[in-house]
Design a protein around this ligand. Structure first.
Ligand SMILES: Cc1cc2nc3c(=O)[nH]c(=O)nc-3n(C[C@H](O)[C@H](O)[C@H](O)COP(=O)(O)OP(=O)(O)OC[C@H]3O[C@@H](n4cnc5c(N)ncnc54)[C@H](O)[C@@H]3O)c2cc1C
Length: 614
């Protein structure tokens, strides 16, 4: 471990930069200098009322979004979060004194643009720091200096970078981007509405069936969006540019269902480029680039936008927790009551089986007409309510959800900026353009990602893991003391259950982190000596701290069998549950994981419809 770098003296109860307007949030404090200090957002004690129109279990960003929309519509809403900090997996925490980490999620892109504007998040303190360039893949090579691949929004410069490896790939790249962009536009309408309720299409009055038919609109709109540009060259002969995407459904279908390696091989020949693009197809998934369906995961990661730039990812100023704070402020400004350190113990059910509120761990009961759960489907249905109240087949489906996760997140405090052999730092030590990027290590070829995956399938953490290294403080210096930086390491593959049932104990966690650090050292000598502190979050840690089942960052895998109609279970994909009055509003529901807010917004709309009928 390296020496200290001028970490600020302890400053107990310093105020959060963005201020706390509502009295429920008046407890917002930034505590520094305490061992294991955290950004704490404790709700004011004694304000919790015994009755609301709606209670939201969990203050993940989706729960907060749901609360903001409900309260905006005049539904008196309370949010009850079990942790001391709001945001779920979208939090800023001060793990090492003076260093503010986006402890779990760290990059923003997927947040639905409507939420940004409708909740006026900018007015409530959200500031996004876009990145350009955005991707840097340094290579380990026997030449000096080794090559690297830098991708950004300037297409000409990006093509020049790709041309170092293949002229052919450089030419194909703009077409590939347009092709993927077309598919993403086609899927867009599906994100902001509940999945089609197939059961409702065949039951109820004519009016009810017609209303269920209306829900088909987004599905019909998907796939019929006109495309501006051409398709993959192997496809262009039969499909000149400008045709409706609907006519290209076979290609669309192939991307959704094929292994991403097959799709990328159709477009490109250079391994560093293919491996870099493939990382988006396996991120968060216990899958290799050769796994069928990995193409969808890639689409999921390029379907966002930032400041109008499709597919762009950026940092949130102040860390991801600042986004959750902005949503919480928007909800509180409407009048929602938001409380931290209020763990829900179980659901209250009426004799008729309807949800009637929740009981907290301290015994308090809070009554409500609606209960929305931001907790995972597993916590909601398998822990917070008696199983007898649910159809057996439903319980079985929830038990079967694939929650395997390969992710270990390591947050590192360093006393200097990493200097990469492929792009050494200048003497003044100031961040260079590549420092703001997602820095992909062990990404020289897709075979490396596949090897790393294969080891994990045998219960062993990868010996050469896939590493996405980010340095948010390169763009947001306030996250760390002067000259120091916060480094986020999103790594895979680490199985949640180790071979032979061995525990993920201190030794195993440190051994894996040391492997990761050795890899980084090879690309950026001096990294290990710069480390001041580290926070290792293996799959069991992610489950224990954040309530993510199996450590799965999406509340359940994003494989094709667990999406849309089938998320979290077939016939229950529309946010309603077998318990009347209980709704799922988190990532375990459509359209799934990521800091998107869509599940929260859609669920609030469905719950509101029902509330108006009560
Ligand atoms: C390591 C990691 C990195 C990631 N990186 C990114 C990224 O860079 N960009 C991105 O877009 N996405 C990323 N993701 C995914 C994304 O963060 C999640 O999909 C998303 O934040 C989930 O939001 P949510 O609101 O649906 O649920 P959660 O954030 O899981 O919130 C659920 C909340 O419910 C609370 N809760 C559970 N049980 C109870 C109870 N009994 N009583 C009260 N409260 C309860 C939990 O404490 C939690 O606060 C990452 C996730 C992880 C773990």
């Amino acid at each position: 471990m390296a020496g200290h770098c001028g970490v600020m003296a302890a400053r107990p109860w310093a105020r959060l930069g963005m201020g706390c307007h509502s009295h429920w949030l008046q407890g917002c404090r930034l505590s520094l200098g305490l061992p294991g200090a955290r950004l704490a957002h404790t709700g004011a004690v004694g304000r919790l009322q015994r009755e609301y129109d709606a209670v939201v279990i969990g203050a993940g960003h989706n729960g907060l979004v749901a609360a903001a929309y409900l309260q905006r519509a005049g539904v008196r809403t309370a949010v009850l979060e079990k942790r001391h900090v709001l945001g779920g997996a979208a939090v800023t925490e001060e793990i090492v004194p003076g260093f503010k980490f986006s402890r779990a999620s760290y990059l923003l892109s997927l947040l639905r643009p409507q939420i940004y504007t409708e909740l006026e998040l900018q007015r409530h303190g959200l500031r996004v720091l876009p990145r350009d360039p955005y991707s840097f893949t340094p290579l380990l090579e026997d030449r000096s200096p080794p090559r690297s691949l830098l991708l950004g929004h300037n297409m000409a410069q990006t093509q020049q970078q790709i041309a170092q490896f293949s002229q052919k790939d450089a030419q194909a790249y703009p077409e590939y981007e347009a092709f993927m962009g077309g598919l993403v536009s086609a899927l867009d309408p599906l994100l902001d509405a509940p999945p089609v309720d197939t059961a409702a299409l065949g039951k109820g009055s004519l009016l009810q069936r017609l209303s269920a038919l209306r829900a088909l609109q987004p599905l019909l709109r998907a796939g019929t969006i006109p495309m501006d540009t051409g398709l993959c060259r192997s496809h262009t002969a039969s499909a000149p540019s400008g045709l409706a995407l609907g006519k290209q459904l076979p290609h669309y279908y192939e991307v959704l269902t094929a292994p991403i390696s097959k799709i990328l091989d159709q477009w490109f020949e250079s391994e560093p480029l293919k491996a870099t693009l493939a990382t988006d197809a396996v991120i968060g998934a216990m899958a290799s680039p050769h796994t069928p369906g990995s193409g969808y995961v890639l689409l999921h990661h390029v379907m966002g936008e930032l400041e109008g730039q499709r597919g762009a990812w950026g940092y949130v100023a102040g860390g991801m927790g600042a986004l959750s704070q902005a949503i919480a402020h928007a909800a509180a400004a409407q009048g929602a009551h938001i409380f931290a350190e209020k763990a829900v113990c179980h659901l209250l059910l009426g004799r008729d089986g309807r949800a009637q509120g929740v009981a907290l761990q301290d015994g308090t009961e809070v009554r409500s007409k609606l209960v929305l759960s931001n907790a995972s489907p597993q916590i909601t249905f398998l822990e917070l309510m008696p199983q007898e109240q649910l159809p057996k087949s439903f319980v079985q489906r929830i038990q079967q959800v694939d929650t395997r996760s390969p992710v270990t997140k390591i947050n590192v405090a360093v006393d200097r900026l990493p200097s990469f052999l492929a792009a050494p730092n200048t003497h003044n030590g100031q961040p260079l353009p590549h420092h703001q990027c997602s820095i992909h290590l062990n990404c020289e070829g897709t075979h490396l990602l596949h090897q790393a995956f294969t080891e994990a399938t045998h219960g062993h953490p990868s010996s050469r893991p896939m590493i996405e290294l980010c340095i948010p403080s390169a763009l947001d210096p306030g996250l760390a003391p002067p000259g120091c930086h916060v480094v986020s390491l999103f790594t895979q593959y680490t199985p949640s259950v180790l071979a032979g049932g061995q525990p993920w104990d201190e030794q195993a966690r440190n051994a894996y982190a040391d492997t990761v650090f050795d890899c980084i050292e090879a690309y950026a000598p001096g990294f290990k000596a710069s480390v001041i502190g580290r926070d290792i979050l293996t799959p069991p840690d992610l489950e224990r701290i954040f309530g993510l089942p199996g450590g799965n960052i999406f509340h359940g895998g994003m494989s094709l069998d667990q999406l849309y109609f089938a998320r979290p279970a077939p016939s229950y994909s529309g946010y309603r549950s077998p318990v009347p009055g209980l709704y799922l509003c988190g990532s375990g529901a459509h359209p799934g994981g990521g800091v998107m807010g869509a599940a929260g917004r859609n669920a609030a709309q469905v719950a509101l419809e029902d509330f108006r009928r009560l």
